[in-house]
Design a protein around this ligand. Structure first.
Ligand SMILES: Cc1cc2ncn([C@H]3O[C@H](COP(=O)(O)O)[C@@H](O)[C@H]3O)c2cc1C
Ligand SMILES: O=C(O)c1cccnc1
Length: 348
């Protein structure tokens, strides 16, 4: 078996906006030899070929990104980025912005869903709060972030990627960020505001209509601006969303596979995917959330979700549940006997 040293990435930090965009034009691929070796192994395991369905695909996917025939997730990491949003003042969330910091305290105390779910599968959790005392600007009136702030958020994401990690679970916390997510999707993929807005933490139907009007105003405010990935994240995103984007790009260059959580997490990479559709190649969509725009977003990203459990929480919760499925996929791939080992007759 090939031993891989942790891949040090020259994109562990983006020195400039141009460096970030350059990183998107220069995306490495996975290791085909390792995928082929894993595929040959799958064919020899004591089961009809293909009978473990997507579990087999997962094993091959991880073999490619980890560059080894028998991949593992004993070195997985989960990271939640947290940020606050000026657009919350528009009344677009069922909860007040103070909840973001309160939940960060809850993560630290071990009391949130993500603590229970990562605890259940033994994946360490790190929480990265990004200036919670300084919400972004209300993007219906101004860009959410200054250029330096957005670059710093991208870099906070990139810095959280441990190069030796064998799977990165991404999650977010930020009251009103389902509005920023919808704005990112609308600006990235177009369509109608109503395609992308939903209840988030539990808005009523009239609250969802208001949210749609808010993101339409944001589109009008930023209509003349350039539509690069950086500008979209800066204008209608938020710090935790830019951090997820930065982490996803840095992970790619370190060849760390990424497990994306729900609608909000996936929306953070929408602006990247418009410029560089191959950005999703090292990503698995953990689940399809109940937030209505998620199915359309996954379709636009070209990702097929692993699970569909009507979850609509965020925090990386869907990623943590999906990691348990990935663990099962690898248990079968690495632990089963071959036909020769077990003395079982293989098929024609
Ligand atoms: C107690 C609580 C825990 C959460 N954990 C994640 N979210 C989720 O809800 C927020 C997005 O929804 P909206 O845009 O409607 O504010 C994000 O913080 C997301 O992670 C939570 C929300 C609440 C209230
Ligand atoms: O799917 C998500 O990411 C989501 C949905 C609702 C609220 N928070 C997160």
């Amino acid at each position: 078996m090939k031993q891989v040293a942790p891949a040090q990435s020259r994109y562990q930090r983006f020195d400039s906006i141009d460096a970030f965009h350059l990183a998107l034009t220069d995306l490495p691929g996975s290791d085909h030899a390792a995928v082929d070796a894993a595929a040959r192994r799958q064919m020899q395991l004591t089961k009809p070929p293909g009978s473990l369905g997507r579990l087999e695909e997962i094993a091959l996917f991880l073999a490619g990104w980890q560059a080894r025939e028998r991949p593992g997730i004993d070195g997985a990491q989960a990271v939640i980025f947290a940020g606050n949003h000026g657009v919350a003042t528009q009344g677009v969330s069922a909860f007040p912005p103070a909840v973001t910091a309160q939940m960060v305290a809850n993560f630290a105390a071990g009391g949130a869903a993500i603590n229970a779910l990562t605890g259940a599968i033994g994946i360490p959790l790190r929480v990265v709060p990004l200036h919670l005392d300084r919400p972004t600007a209300d993007f219906t009136a101004a860009p959410a972030m200054e250029e330096e702030e957005c670059l710093a958020a991208l870099n906070a994401g990139a810095a959280a990627v441990e190069p030796g990690s064998d799977l990165l679970l991404l999650g977010e916390m930020g009251i009103a960020n389902s509005t920023a997510a919808a704005a990112l999707c609308l600006r990235s993929f177009g369509g109608a505001a109503t395609d992308w807005v939903g209840p988030g933490t539990g808005l009523s139907a009239s609250g969802v209509s208001l949210k749609g009007a808010v993101i339409e105003r944001a589109m009008a405010r930023h209509a003349e601006a350039s539509a690069t990935p950086f500008e979209t994240l800066r204008r209608v995103g938020g710090r935790e969303l830019a951090a997820i984007a930065g982490a996803t790009v840095a992970a790619r260059h370190a060849r760390v596979p990424v497990l994306l959580d729900g609608y909000i997490c996936c929306a953070a990479i929408a602006p990247l995917a418009v410029a560089a559709p191959a950005i999703v190649d090292h990503c698995i969509a953990a689940h399809c959330s109940a937030e209505p725009g998620h199915r359309l977003l996954l379709d636009r990203l070209g990702l097929r979700p692993l699970l569909e459990l009507d979850m609509r929480l965020g925090e990386g919760s869907g990623a943590a549940v999906a990691a348990a499925v990935i663990r099962s996929a690898l248990a079968a791939h690495n632990g089963m006997a071959t036909f020769a080992e077990a003395g079982v007759t293989s098929g024609a």
